[in-house]
Design a protein. Structure first.
Length: 382
């Protein structure tokens, strides 16, 4: 977080969240891309944060290691009821993330993102947890066309990941009651720097190619729409949802982003080319559109969660990622490799035998990273 956004963050926490009682919050997925940004924001707001994470991506660090949280090192599918003892609220990030990963293992995506998620929410309800904030995704709108979709729109998911988000929301909604409030945060496509940085996300990926090679070569025609949101603004939305009055959020879905931050992919590429000196932008011959295209309305979150004040634009985020990469000489083989691409990471671990086919840890404790890791030495084992 740069100095300007640190100052804004402090002011926002002081003015937007002055009088909330401290809660014990279980953050499921605290070691991931969003979780390592969200945990310190929750702590700064005065809450006690307990983590739950399998450590699947704990070696995927960019820069300094994030601060350690007390918590539970366990796969979501194996989480026990005692993990929820004394917990007031759950923020649930623990999913197999993004569309390519869902395509790699559709059955596992359903097992983790739907079955295990709903099971964990049921355990939370039985343990007396009152608020369950679920990180959903605008990808459940899928092939929605060019018109803006709001939270009442039909779902048209085109990937197993999008289908799983639809099914998980439905399963969680069925658990709602007087003492248990699910909240669904349908995040736009996320970007920005994190201690567990990902380059398999469109803004981060295009910026990395521009900085590393001086060129962005689009393999699609760039026509699909994408709503985009910075990882810090996603974290702020989760805080706003967990602290909001019950009547504002009970069993409600919120698209997370801003109306002005809907872009065609080619517009994002053009912004990156403008912000990275000397970058060239080109389109591959015969480039075709991506089926996933959705333009999203964010009116509801602005009206019902007024304490949420997003701070970032795509242009700001491109500059942040550009500045983080400048001088590192990060080759494409690194930022497309196992440390910074989730699907490449899992494929490498599966090939090395440190993960079983069901993505639980296997007997082989060592695996070769070989990716020229940034900020810390290359890790030889997990």
């Amino acid at each position: 977080m740069d100095a300007r956004h640190v100052a804004v963050e402090r002011d926002w926490l002081r003015t937007a969240h002055p009088a909330h009682s401290a809660m014990r919050i279980l953050l499921a997925g605290h070691e991931g891309y969003i979780g390592t940004v969200l945990a310190p924001i929750l702590s700064a707001a005065g809450h006690e944060v307990v983590g739950l994470d399998s450590g699947l991506f704990s070696a995927c660090t960019f820069g300094d290691e994030p601060a350690r949280l007390p918590g539970h090192a366990v796969d979501l599918r194996d989480a026990a009821p005692d993990a929820l003892a004394g917990v007031d609220a759950v923020i649930h990030l623990a999913n197999l993330s993004n569309d390519p990963l869902g395509n790699l293992a559709p059955g596992l995506t359903h097992d983790v993102n739907v079955k295990a998620t709903v099971r964990f929410a049921r355990l939370a309800r039985e343990a007396g947890v009152r608020r369950f904030v679920f990180a959903s995704s605008c990808s459940l709108y899928g092939a929605a066309g060019a018109g803006r979709v709001d939270e009442t729109a039909d779902f048209h998911p085109v990937t197993p990941y999008g289908v799983a988000k639809v099914e998980a929301e439905r399963g969680l909604a069925a658990l709602a009651g007087d003492a248990f409030s699910p909240v669904f945060l349908r995040n736009a496509t996320v970007y920005g720097v994190s201690p567990r940085l990902r380059f398999d996300l469109v803004v981060n990926n295009l910026t990395a190619w521009a900085v590393s090679t001086g060129e962005i070569r689009m393999l699609s025609d760039g026509s699909p729409w994408r709503p985009l949101v910075h990882v810090e603004d996603v974290a702020r939305a989760a805080l706003a949802a967990v602290e909001a009055p019950r009547e504002a959020v009970h069993n409600e879905a919120f698209n997370v982003g801003r109306d002005a931050e809907n872009y065609r992919v080619r517009e994002v590429a053009a912004i990156v080319a403008e912000e990275v000196p000397g970058c060239r932008l080109s389109f591959a011959d015969g480039a075709s559109p991506d089926l996933r295209s959705y333009r999203v309305s964010f009116r509801k979150i602005a009206e019902q969660l007024p304490s949420w004040r997003p701070q970032w634009t795509v242009r700001d985020g491109v500059r942040q990622v550009r500045d983080a990469l400048t001088g590192l000489d990060l080759a494409p083989s690194v930022f497309e490799g196992p440390r910074f691409s989730r699907i490449a990471h899992l494929q490498a671990r599966l090939a090395a035998g440190s993960l079983a086919p069901d993505l639980r840890p296997a007997g082989n404790g060592g695996w070769g990273m070989g990716d020229g890791s940034v900020g810390v030495p290359a890790l030889a084992s997990l």
